[in-house]
Structure formats: structure tokens, C-alpha cells
Design a protein around this ligand. Structure first.
Ligand SMILES: NC(=O)c1ccc[n+]([C@@H]2O[C@H](COP(=O)([O-])OP(=O)(O)OC[C@H]3O[C@@H](n4cnc5c(N)ncnc54)[C@H](O)[C@@H]3O)[C@@H](O)[C@H]2O)c1
Ligand SMILES: [Zn+2]
Length: 362
């Protein structure tokens, strides 16, 4: 087995490993055996991912049946989950079966939800193939699908038994998808780890070249941060909220553009700039730290334009946000590079000013 990093996620019923290593996608059988994963293994993937990486996965798991479902956000709904159920029933899968989700966040969330609900729950393992899935969605046990009237409205919690993140599979990821994942890495750095922030900043070129020696440490450090937060707060009642840094304005931006203009991570890029502007205006974040964030976001690549989007529409979308609890918006502020505070007294006026400063229109 090639050299791999391991991060343990301490959640009930028992801790599970996130294994990060170049080439581990060919070693899945050994990793699954090690965690005592079901022997009745069923792979769920998408035609795109399977065309690119099926052969690699097959080397370790030659006999597992494969269920292919379409990926892309517009297929993340209950009908797609239904297709997984159909295939499981036809294959005679019983409670001892275990699903192995091979794909981006859409496949992980959809297959994970199928696993959480089929026969009231079977085991799942994640083999995330996008950077976003490797550093974020595969870890933490949130699974689910969209409802026609809103994103991620239908879901469950199901912690995986194993997450196997192979940076080599990222070689085929379109540049824009890759960049979108990097913004989430920047989020972890900005809120929780100056080391990580500096590392991304110092290896932008190597990262875009998808060099495993550059990728492994940032995936591992991001996983550690997410694992730590998830272990302290499995159901997102308190500390897990830190993961929402940049997501208040980010989610609003996705909503006002009907999920068409931005990849999620790109919207978070702007959301972090808005949060930094709020922080500077409040005097809790030094302008130099905000500038370092803005500079890194700029260096990671062009973000789609926002000048045609109105501050008022953004505020309207934020009012409907899931992060509003009992009428109060829980808002994550960066207080330095690698440090944060969660507050619930950010006013609309502050948000409006920050949105304007970042470049939203009137
Ligand atoms: N469960 C969670 O905690 C959590 C956290 C964050 C995001 N999410 C969810 O994750 C989803 C987004 O995930 P995503 O960004 O991975 O998008 P995605 O799953 O839609 O994948 C993006 C695109 O990349 C392609 N792709 C995947 N792997 C590839 C590879 N190795 N090479 C080439 N192409 C590849 C896919 O076919 C797809 O077209 C959203 O639905 C979001 O709600 C969930
Ligand atoms: Zn996110």
C-alpha cells in the first residue's frame, strides 16, 4: 500500500477512518476488509466517473455489482434514490449489504441517503472523486437529496464506515470543479488553520497541476478540521456551524442565480469575502487579513461576475436561510487567518454594506 495519511472521525456508533493516499483507489478491498465492511459490496457511481475511473476501482473490487446513476445537481432527487432501491431489490441485497459510493458530492449524498433508508439502513463507504467531496461532503454523515422546492430538504445522518480519498482521481477533474473545491479548503484555513491557509497560498501552481505531494497534505488537514468539528457536534447544533463560514451570502448567491451561475465553492468564495468585509467593518478582523484572503481567492481563479445582482435580492434570500434559527441569523466571522467567532447579532444593514463593498449592485 502506498504511503497514506489517516484521520479518524470519532462519531457513534464507532470511529471511522478517512484514508488519503495516492493510488488507494486500487486498494479498496484491503481497506474495506480492515474496517470489517460488509462482504456483500455494491458500488454506486455515475457514468462519467465510472468511465474515467471504473477500471481502477475494479482492480480492487472485481466482483461487486455496479449501479450507475446520473450525477449533477439536477439528478439529486428522490427518483434517483429510487433507481438505487430498484437495483438493490433486484440484486437481492439484504441488511448485510454495504454500498460503496464512488463519485462527487451528488453521488455520495444520493447513495448515502439510499443506504440510510434501504431496509432502515445499511452500511456505506465513500470513495470521493471530487476535491469538494474529499474535503467536505464525504465526511460527517450528512446524506440527502433535493426537493423541487429547495436544496437538501430531504435527508438523514449516516456516518460511513470508511472514506477513501485518492488524490490521483482528481487528475481528471475539470479545472473549474477543482477550483470550487479549493475554496472550501480556503474556508477551513481561514476559520481554523493558518498553516493550511499558508500551504494553499504557497502551492497554488502545484495544486492546479494536481501534484499528489501538494494535494495530500491539504486534503488531510481539511479532513482533520472537518472530522474534529463533526466529532464535537454530529448534528450541527453548535460548533459545526463554523463550517458555514462564507455560506450565508454563498447560499443566497446560489439561490438568487437559481443554482446556475456558480459552482457551490465559487459562491462560497464570494461569501467569504462578504464575511471578511463584515468582520473588518466591525473591527474584529484586520484589513491585512481580509486582503490576504481576497488575494488568495483572486489567485485561485476568476469568479463569475456579480455586479448585476442586487443587494436587496441577496438580503431577501438570506432571510430565508436555514441558518436563521428562531429569527436569529447565526453568522460566522473570521477574526484572523485561522480563527473565528460565531455571533448572532449581525444586522441587515451590516450585511448590505458588506455586500456593496464586495461588488454587488444596488
Ligand atoms: N453531505 C455533506 O455534508 C455535503 C457537504 C458539501 C456539499 N454537499 C453536496 O455535494 C454536492 C456537490 O458535490 P460536487 O461538487 O462533488 O459535485 P458533483 O458530485 O456534481 O460532481 C461535479 C462534476 O464532476 C464530475 N466528476 C466527479 N468526479 C470526477 C473526476 N474524478 N473526474 C472528472 N469528473 C468528475 C461529476 O460527474 C460531475 O459532473 C452538492 O449536492 C452539495 O449539496 C454535501
Ligand atoms: Zn460548502
Amino acid at each position: 500500500m502506498p504511503i497514506a495519511e489517516r484521520v479518524l472521525v470519532h462519531t457513534p456508533p464507532k470511529p471511522y477512518p478517512v484514508v488519503i493516499g495516492p493510488g488507494i483507489a486500487t486498494e479498496l478491498a484491503a481497506l474495506l476488509d480492515e474496517v470489517g465492511f460488509s462482504r456483500r459490496r455494491v458500488i454506486v457511481s455515475s457514468p462519467t466517473v465510472w468511465r474515467l475511473h471504473g477500471e481502477t476501482i475494479r482492480r480492487g473490487l472485481p466482483d461487486a455489482p455496479v449501479i450507475l446513476i446520473p450525477d449533477g445537481e439536477r439528478h439529486k432527487h428522490l427518483q434517483t434514490v429510487g433507481r438505487v432501491y430498484d437495483a438493490l431489490v433486484k440484486a437481492g441485497a439484504d441488511r448485510s449489504a454495504g454500498l460503496i459510493a464512488v463519485g462527487g458530492g451528488v453521488i455520495g449524498d444520493t447513495a448515502g441517503f439510499a443506504a440510510a433508508t434501504y431496509l432502515r439502513g445499511i452500511a456505506v463507504a465513500h470513495v470521493p472523486t471530487t476535491l469538494l467531496a474529499q474535503v467536505d461532503s464525504a465526511i460527517g454523515g450528512k446524506v440527502g437529496v433535493n426537493h423541487p422546492l429547495g436544496k437538501n430538504l430531504i435527508g438523514a445522518f449516516l456516518q460511513p464506515r470508511l472514506v477513501a480519498a485518492d488524490p490521483l482521481v482528481l487528475a481528471t477533474l475539470p479545472r473549474r470543479e477543482f477550483r470550487a473545491g479549493l475554496y472550501e479548503v480556503v474556508k477551513y484555513g481561514m476559520t481554523s488553520s493558518r498553516d493550511l491557509f499558508d500551504r494553499v497560498s504557497g502551492s497554488v501552481k502545484a495544486l492546479f497541476r494536481r501534484q499528489p505531494d501538494a494535494l495530500v497534505p491539504i486534503i488531510a488537514e481539511s479532513s482533520r478540521i472537518k472530522a474534529d468539528v463533526v466529532a464535537r457536534d454530529e448534528r450541527e447544533r453548535g460548533p459545526r456551524r463554523v463550517l458555514n463560514f462564507g455560506h450565508t451570502a454563498g447560499h443566497a448567491l446560489e439561490a438568487v442565480t437559481r443554482y446556475k451561475r456558480f459552482r457551490h465553492g465559487e459562491a462560497i468564495g464570494y461569501g467569504m469575502l462578504v464575511a471578511a468585509a463584515v468582520g473588518v467593518a466591525r473591527g474584529v478582523l484586520a484589513p491585512a487579513a481580509r486582503d490576504a484572503l481576497a488575494d488568495l481567492i483572486r489567485r485561485l481563479g476568476p469568479l463569475p461576475p456579480i455586479a448585476d445582482l442586487a443587494v436587496g435580492d441577496m438580503l431577501e434570500a438570506m432571510r430565508r436561510d436555514k441558518k436563521v434559527v428562531d429569527g436569529r441569523l447565526h453568522y460566522v466571522l473570521a477574526t484572523d487567518i485561522g480563527a473565528h467567532a460565531i455571533v448572532d447579532d449581525v444586522t441587515e444593514r451590516e450585511l448590505a454594506e458588506a455586500l456593496e463593498r464586495v461588488g454587488f449592485g444596488r
